[in-house]
Ligand binder design. Structure first.
Ligand code: ADP
Ligand code: GN1
Ligand code: MG
Length: 375
């Protein structure tokens, strides 16, 4: 690599096997966890890169996390290279090694960094605009689960223990509320009450899992819509943000995606009257997702999907509120009270979903039945 001009993070980038000549490094994306930077190459025949400062408050075992990503991307690359017309270089994340041949760099302040090839001419959406995007996103996350179905899940480490375990999330939430009786808790009494009224129903997936009714599979666990890259024609290209790929229940991925797919407003919308459910997008995502997964999902898993649709906004509200009361240690915030605003928006989304429950359930069942006819 040549270095023509001064740019941010030059010392970090110098540790990686970067090709070409870096022109500039700029903050990028709207993720809540990692620090992400777009690294522009001066030469168009060399790649641009995506540099990430991995959050080590959130992820306690970063070498384990990187090993998971290596395992998952290697497996995906192998499978995708067997599909006619597919291109693993564009459809799977590529980690760049350091000069010490590791896939992360640990700086002298204890910060962990990684570098990916930047996938050009792609879009990631915080809010979906079209039915086609929703369908393609569903296909991408469905295919992701399908391609990983034959990877031995015992090889993966749990990057965040009990990540989607609602019992343990609620335990932490209740402890946090008990230990903090001050102003912050007073600000969210209606939200706490709302969440407490739904504890029993939100345990359904976990209880079915414990009873052996649902198989544990390799799931993505962070299927927010901006974690899939669509190409310039809005076709599914690459599933990204692989930090939480671990064993899980498929309904978690389905429900987490629907939080962004169906919501007519932003995840943290302040004006709650803007939050509504877009049924057309719900149906389009379901069609894309089930098209890829219907061949292997069990009847119980299909039945569980609707519970995921309610559980994930609920769990997200629990997590945002916990972080608000704990003093905003986990999620990046952009203003004081941001986590409370996010929790209120997720609660409003859940209310709207509850209002439409029979229709949503019918959509899932109809799509599943129509696809099963063709198996
Ligand atoms: P976070 O964990 O903070 O959400 P992500 O890995 O999701 O971090 O990256 C943040 C954003 O950067 C993504 O939403 C996407 O817009 C963009 N992004 C991530 N990886 C790539 C990539 N390889 N190529 C192009 N854009 C990417
Ligand atoms: C975080 O990293 P990002 O922004 O894609 C979080 C998810 C939440 C999401 C809410 C590791 O995702 O679990 O659903 O924010 N990731 C982690 O927007 O906690
Ligand atoms: Mg992300």
């Amino acid at each position: 690599m040549k270095t023509s001009i001064a740019y941010a993070h030059a010392d970090i980038l110098a540790k990686f096997c970067v090709e070409g000549d870096i022109a500039e490094v700029t903050p990028y994306g709207s993720g809540h966890i990692n620090g992400t930077y777009y690294v522009r190459n001066s030469y168009s025949n060399f790649p641009d890169y995506l540099l990430q400062h991995i959050n080590n408050y959130v992820f306690k075992d970063i070498p384990g996390l990187i090993r998971n990503i290596e395992l998952v991307t290697t497996h995906l690359r192998k499978k995708i290279s067997l599909i006619a017309g597919a291109n693993p270089a564009l459809e799977v994340l590529t980690l760049i090694p350091t000069k010490d041949d590791l896939f992360y760099y640990l700086d002298d302040k204890g910060g962990f960094w990684r570098l990916y090839i930047y996938l050009k001419e792609t879009n990631s959406y915080d809010i979906i605009e079209t039915e086609h995007q929703a369908f393609e996103g569903g296909k991408a996350f469905g295919r992701f689960q399908s391609l990983l179905a034959d990877l031995d899940s015992s090889l993966l480490s749990e990057t965040i223990p009990e990540f989607h375990n609602i019992e343990s999330r609620l335990k932490t939430f209740h402890q946090t509320v008990e230990e903090n009786t001050g102003e912050l808790v007073k600000d969210c009494i209606p939200e706490i009450m709302f969440l407490n009224e739904r504890i029993e129903e939100m345990g359904t997936i976990l209880n079915w899992g414990k009873a052996g009714k649902l198989p544990l599979r390799i799931t993505h666990n962070d299927t927010k819509f901006n974690n899939v890259l669509l190409d310039k024609n809005d076709r599914a290209q690459c599933v990204i943000d692989l930090d939480t790929v671990m064993p899980g229940y498929v309904a978690y991925d389905f429900g987490d995606a629907m939080r962004t797919v169906t919501n007519t407003a932003a995840e943290d919308e302040k004006d709650l009257s803007k939050i509504n459910i877009n049924m057309i997008l719900f149906e389009a995502y379901t069609k894309g997702y089930l098209k890829e997964t219907i061949v292997f999902l069990t009847d119980a898993e299909i039945k569980s999907l609707i519970y995921g649709v309610f559980l994930l906004p609920y769990m997200q509200a629990v997590r945002f509120l916990t972080d608000f009361i704990q003093g905003d240690k986990y999620y990046k915030i952009h203003f004081k009270g941001h986590n409370l605003q996010r929790a209120k928006a997720q609660i409003q989304l859940l209310r709207k979903l509850e209002d439409h429950r029979p229709v949503l359930e019918k959509i899932i069942n109809n799509v599943a039945s129509s696809l099963k006819v063709n198996i």
